[in-house]
Design a protein around this ligand. Structure first.
Ligand SMILES: [Ca+2]
Ligand SMILES: [Ca+2]
Length: 244
């Protein structure tokens, strides 16, 4: 039977789904006390489930991979394509949007993401007078609309394609700069490394294929305990001896 060790609702999850190097990382929930072999059961916002087993405690420290954006400072005009309203400002070293777009309009960069990996994206909005910017981690993975000046950090699992997009809403007017994307190659020590099942690595997480790793809302940590324990076994043997 499953024994519930702990659970959290409404939690932020950062998940790598790469076979062989998968992990679960919750910024507000330390997984390091749980035993190897315990199951991590994830539930997304529509109730779909994926599960894996703790295979090891995470290594000592958070490690990020190489910069995936050609020129985070935006000193040069590097984006592969610029939608309506966007232009490169070489004087200020940023990208400007004048609001002339009539729908969503994006700065797009190809070959940024590898599927199933966890990434941390950062960008700055300044000079904003209207609308929002949304960093997309592939064309099916929005990072969330940001409608204020400031510097923003977003974690997402890449689950759709490799294209980075800085999407402006149809009414966005403002600038963006300091655009960075890096893979989380090693999670912090409060994370847990995950296998699909002890000894099995055909998937990083098993369960519903339509599960959304970017919409985890709940997590359960549970452990399988055999129903036939030592005490019950001893009782049966004792009874058998009395009859013979
Ligand atoms: Ca700059
Ligand atoms: Ca400017």
């Amino acid at each position: 039977m499953w024994t519930l060790l702990d659970s959290r609702a409404g939690i932020e999850a950062r998940i790598s789904a790469v076979v062989g190097t998968s992990f679960a990382w919750f910024p507000t929930f330390d997984l390091s006390p749980f035993p190897v072999g315990a199951q991590v059961l994830l539930i997304d916002s529509t109730g779909k489930q994926r599960a894996g087993y703790i295979s090891a405690v995470a290594p000592a420290g958070l490690t990020l991979g190489a910069e995936r954006v050609p020129d985070p400072s935006c000193a040069t005009d590097f984006f592969d394509s610029k939608g309506t309203g966007w232009s490169h400002d070489a004087v200020s070293g940023e990208y400007d949007n004048d609001g002339s777009q009539v729908g969503y309009s994006s700065l797009s960069e190809n070959n940024v993401f590898v599927l199933q990996q966890l990434y941390v994206g950062q960008f700055t909005i300044r000079n904003r007078t209207a609308g929002y910017l949304n960093m997309w981690f592939g064309n099916n993975t929005p990072g969330g609309a940001k409608s204020a000046n400031g510097t923003f950090t977003v974690y997402r699992t890449s689950t759709s394609n490799a294209q980075l997009q800085m999407e402006a809403s149809e009414d966005f007017v403002g600038s963006t700069d300091d655009i960075s994307v890096k893979q989380v190659t090693v999670p912090p020590a409060t994370a847990a490394l995950i296998v699909c099942a002890p000894g099995g690595l055909t998937e990083a997480w098993y369960g519903d294929p339509a599960f959304n790793f970017n919409a985890v809302t709940d997590v359960l940590i549970q452990q399988w305990v055999d129903e036939v324990g030592p005490g019950r076994f001893r009782t049966r043997r004792y009874d058998r001896r009395r009859r013979t």
